[in-house]
Design a protein around this ligand. Structure first.
Ligand code: MN
Length: 198
C-alpha cells in the first residue's frame, strides 16, 4: 500500500500535536479561518492509512464537488485519499468524481481516516458509516443537536452558500494557490449547484 510516512506535506511543515477535540467553527471570522483547520487536522492523518472523503446520500453537485475537490487536494499533498462511494450518482456528476481515486463502500478499510463534506449530521451519510468516527466534518447546513456529536473537528459555516464555499476558504487558508483545474471546477460545481447558478 502506498505510504506517506516518509513523505511530509510539501507546503505545510509538520505541526504540533495541538489537541483538536473538538473545534467548533460556527461563525465566519478571520480568526476562525486563520485558525487553519486543515493545518491542525492533516498532520494527524499522515500515517499511511487511507483517508476517505465521505459525503451525503443521494449526492448533489455540492456533495460531489466538495468530495472531489478535497480528495484531489489531499492527493496533491501525497496523502492516500479516496472518495468513498456510498450511493449512485448521475453521469454528469460522475465526470467530476472520476478525476479522483474512489473506493466503494463494500471495500472500505475500517481502520481508515474519515472526513465528511456537505454532511454535518451522521444521519446524512450512509447508514453503514453512522457509528464510525470522523476526524473532520465540513458543512454549511445549520447544526442540529444530533450533529454536534458527529466528528472530532467540526467546521460548520451555516451562513455560507455551499460546502464548496466553506472548502474554498479552508483550502485558501491552507495555502492553495487555485492552480489545479480539477479542484477549481469541482469547487465551482458546488457553488453553482447550491446557489441556483448564483
Ligand atoms: Mn450543500
Amino acid at each position: 500500500m502506498e505510504t506517506v510516512a516518509d513523505n511530509p506535506l510539501p507546503h505545510e511543515p509538520p505541526l504540533s500535536d495541538a489537541p483538536c477535540n473538538p473545534v467548533h467553527l460556527t461563525k465566519r471570522s478571520s480568526v476562525a479561518f486563520a485558525d487553519n483547520v486543515l493545518s491542525k487536522v492533516l498532520p494527524s492523518l499522515n500515517d499511511g492509512r487511507p483517508i476517505y472523503i465521505v459525503t451525503h446520500e443521494r449526492p448533489d453537485g455540492d456533495a460531489i464537488g466538495s468530495q472531489t475537490a478535497l480528495t484531489r487536494y489531499l492527493r496533491n499533498l501525497h496523502l492516500p485519499a479516496f472518495a468513498l462511494c456510498t450511493d449512485k450518482i448521475s453521469e454528469t456528476l460522475r465526470s467530476f468524481l472520476d478525476n479522483v481515486p474512489q473506493c466503494p463502500l463494500s471495500e472500505c478499510n475500517l481502520e481508515a481516516h474519515r472526513i465528511a463534506v456537505d454532511a454535518g449530521d451522521a444521519s446524512r451519510v450512509a447508514e453503514a458509516l453512522r457509528g464510525c468516527s470522523f476526524e473532520l466534518v465540513i458543512d454549511h447546513h445549520p447544526e442540529t443537536e444530533a450533529g454536534t456529536t458527529f466528528g472530532t473537528c467540526r467546521c460548520i459555516q451555516p451562513h455560507q452558500s455551499s460546502a464548496c464555499e466553506v472548502l474554498t476558504d479552508l483550502l485558501e487558508a491552507h495555502g492553495y494557490l487555485f492552480d489545479d483545474p480539477v479542484i477549481n471546477d469541482a469547487l465551482y460545481l458546488g457553488l453553482i449547484s447550491d446557489t441556483g447558478k448564483f
